[in-house]
Ligand binder design. Sequence first.
Ligand code: AHM
Ligand code: MG
Length: 344
Amino acid sequence: MASTNGNGPAEGEKVNTNIVTLTRFLTEEQVKHKEATGDFTLLCHALQFSFKSIAYYIRRATLVNLTGLAGSSNTTGDEQKKLDVISNELFIEAMRSSGKCALLVSEEEEDIIYFKDSTNARYAVACDPIDGSSNLDAGVSVGTIFGIHKLAEGSKGTKEDILKPGTELVAAGFTMYGASAQLVITMKGGSVNGFTLDNGLGEFILTHPNMRLPRSRAIYSVNEGNSLYWDDKVKRYFNSLKEAPDGGKPYSARYIGSMVADAYRTLLYGGIFAYPADKKSPKGKLRILYECAPMAMVFENAGGQAVNSKMERMLEVVPQHIHDKSGLFMGSYDEVEKVKAFHK
Ligand code: AHM
Ligand code: MG
């Protein structure tokens, strides 16, 4: 009988009892692959735990004084850790304890972390534990980005297992910590699926199945403060978006400064997100392994495109070093075509 006491669903209210949690989704995906051992699923469970805990700490940040700089002391003399330090540690421990991750590249760590105890691990992971950290103390959305590679046959985990182009990724995605935590994940050759963290249930629920980018949309997202340093092609392209040919409307500008948040909006609404290489940063700002490539995989699998500043397909770029950077243009298919046209 339906409850009307305010604690349960009101009479007549429909309750969806067939909820697809991330755990269920991963299990169902695993069943589709006869050769699957379950290792990938377990690795994803560890990832999901790290997202939940980072989301939890971000929500509590202002209350428990987690904002501010690492290295400062609180009133009891305990050393305080900044959220990006905590998130990095949470992520590392989740990967270590999964037993399925042989090595990890994190934006926060100069070198590769090898989990030597995970002797049977077959995966290499790259992550940016908190992307957009300059926004953290203002409570603006930030996120975690991840990319998963499989070790080469017989490999115990070496640098070569992670210095690979995005085309080799077995899975990638990100979690945005906003009003609610939104997890977007895609697997090689698969669709893009979005999950929302239900804080009551403590579960990521499939809320955005098979995400597809609109083919075009008049929204651009770029730090225009850098335009002084842009090359002429980039300047001409962005200037063109501010014109209104044939009585139409110019593009709208939207720039949060957290790539995960700008990317999530672009994924839902369409448009273009860019962080071009420029005269000040000739190699760009965003990192290939844990920012550009995972995002490019998500965007391509959702029907969009992603290219670097040379207009090369982002997923085909091979990093030489783990923290290598790149220029990036990604978004709706037709919007990226326009960028390419200006670079011809
Ligand atoms: P971070 O990983 O140190 O946070 O840097 C990456 C972030 C992206 O989220 C965002 O797109 C970009 O840096 C913003 O940079 P800027 O402030 O130069 O516009
Ligand atoms: Mg980052």
